[in-house]
Design a binder for this molecule. Structure first.
Ligand code: AHR
Length: 497
């Protein structure tokens, strides 16, 4: 197969907001307990934070982490999670049917985030609680002192405010599974009022309104429109969530899912702009794709889980090689929409549908770690409006889908140009050309490839490098014309500098 990538240094999509490479830690399964925190483990530091996990999180350069949920947040009493550990109550946690001990909470997460080099994206409970508790939480986190909750934070040993800038107004409030779920009008009103109160307290924060839990929600579209009709002036972002799975073992269809993601983003942008027009709005509502990933491998096992235990092995998807290809394509899709997608969170970060797994004896990289790592580390700069002339195929769910997904990022300051590409063909390599004569002086630094003969290959603690990147020598740049080959079913990163 043959394809062409077309870029022009004056034809830009927009700057990459680094928060597009965010992730997510929920009090769910072993994400917190045994994932990032495990007192007494030889790999843990004095605070009980797993050092091996921290090393991998730092390697990923995760800029922001959403916390503490997810469905969990809709029953969360944040006060339970602060203060002396021996005074913190254990509670039945209704979202996931477990017991939450609160031995790790808000302040520990703030400490952990500092060590990880990440900012916090905090979610407030708009399920079982409302604006008053959200305002109190913000006072505890961000107020300088001299008030009840800010002094309580000081009493708990945190003199300086946590200064959290991004706040999610609840989680998936359109979902019937959500504690305290609401109609769009109910939610739009409460989101608007919560955001208004919070911004009275701290005008420097930004807030994210809940969008649809996925594109298949029967209320998709009208939900976004109604919520924004109520809350347009008060909020800054509309959230999107989407997970994909290869349940029918139809890999071409599965790999075409990024087309579904692309349509989802375009649809939400249109709705945001329709409400803007109706309201004669001055600002844009941008997008926070704050949950995205592959999620299906663990579904069956989770149905059989014992209830009301602590930190069970829950949502522990073991990712295979084809999952990494789709994650790569989803990253390309997010980057291609960098003009409107300002925040995105790979859900989640450790153990729970995650790029990083831990056991009592170590931590390792799942297959999906690699595209996420490459995008986060090499994908910062400006997105070139990348045209891809590619052969297409017919997929069952998404219709015509491209064999080649690609995007180019130009970092003018650092003088680098990076091409990310996924060849989705399961049978054929692809010869690809790209005219880079405008980018004089650039040379090929490396061409990284992630591929495997076995689409179902996985990494485990015993064999952590079964799926790992290698270098390719297939890329040539002569007289400004780049020629390369993307092997069948491969993730590619061409770095020029
Ligand atoms: O990430 C796992 C769960 O998926 C989250 O708790 C919820 O928001 C979504 O349905």
């Amino acid at each position: 197969k043959k394809a062409e990538i077309i870029v022009d240094k004056y034809f830009l999509t927009g700057a990459v907001d680094k928060r597009i490479f965010g992730s997510f830690i929920e009090h769910l399964g072993r994400a917190v307990y045994e994932g990032i925190y495990q007192e007494g483990n030889p790999n843990s530091d004095a605070q009980g934070f797993r050092k091996d996990t921290l090393d991998l999180v730092k390697e990923l350069q995760v800029p922001i982490v959403r916390y503490p949920g997810g469905n969990f947040v809709s029953g969360f009493r944040w006060e339970d999670s602060v203060g002396p550990k021996d005074k913190r109550p254990s509670r039945p946690e209704l979202a996931w049917g477990v017991i939450e001990t609160n031995q790790f909470g808000l302040n520990e997460f703030a400490d952990w985030s500092k060590k990880a080099g990440s900012d916090i994206m905090m979610a407030v409970n708009l399920g079982t609680r409302g604006p008053e508790d959200a305002k109190n939480l913000l006072e505890y986190c961000n107020f300088k002192g001299g008030t009840y909750y800010s002094d309580l934070r000081k009493e708990h040993g945190y003199k300086d405010p946590h200064d959290i800038k991004v706040w999610c107004l609840g989680n998936e409030m359109d979902g019937p599974w959500q504690m305290g779920h609401k109609t769009a009008t109910e939610y739009g009103r409460i989101a608007a009022e919560t955001s208004r109160l919070m911004k009275f307290m701290d005008p420097t924060i930004e807030t994210v309104a809940c969008g649809s839990s996925n594109l298949d929600m029967p209320t998709f579209g009208s939900w976004e429109y109604t919520v924004l009709d109520e809350a347009y002036d008060e909020v800054d972002y509309m959230s999107l969530h989407q997970y994909y799975g290869n349940r029918d073992d139809d890999t071409p269809d599965f790999l075409a899912s990024s087309k579904g993601m692309d349509d989802f983003i375009s649809g939400v942008v249109s709705i945001c702009d329709a409400v803007k027009a109706k309201k004669h709005g001055k600002k844009n509502i941008n997008l926070s794709f704050d949950e995205w990933n592959v999620w299906y491998h663990s579904n069956e096992a989770d149905e059989k889980l014992e209830k009301w235990i602590q930190a069970p092995h829950q949502l522990e998807d073991i990712y295979n090689f084809e999952d990494a290809l789709l994650v790569g394509s989803m990253l390309i899709t997010l980057l291609r929409h960098a003009d409107r997608v300002k925040i995105a969170c790979l859900a989640q970060l450790v153990n729970v549908i995650a790029p990083i797994m831990t056991s009592d004896t170590g931590a390792w990289r799942q297959t999906i770690f690699y595209p996420y790592f490459h995008a986060s580390v090499y994908g910062r700069g400006t997105v070139l409006n990348t045209q891809v002339h590619t052969p297409v195929y017919e997929s069952k769910t998404y219709g015509e889908a491209p064999y080649l997904d690609s995007v180019c990022i130009w970092n003018e300051e650092e003088d680098t140009l990076t091409i990310f590409a996924v060849n989705k063909s399961l049978e054929e390599d692809m010869e690809v050309s790209c005219d880079l004569r405008q980018f004089e002086g650039y040379k090929v630094a490396e061409h990284i490839v992630l591929t495997n003969d076995d689409l179902k290959a996985v990494n485990t603690e015993a064999a952590p490098n079964t799926v790992a990147p290698t270098l390719s020598s297939a890329t040539k740049l002569e007289n400004g014309k780049l020629q390369t080959v993307f092997g069948k079913h491969s993730w590619n990163v061409i770095r020029l500098s």
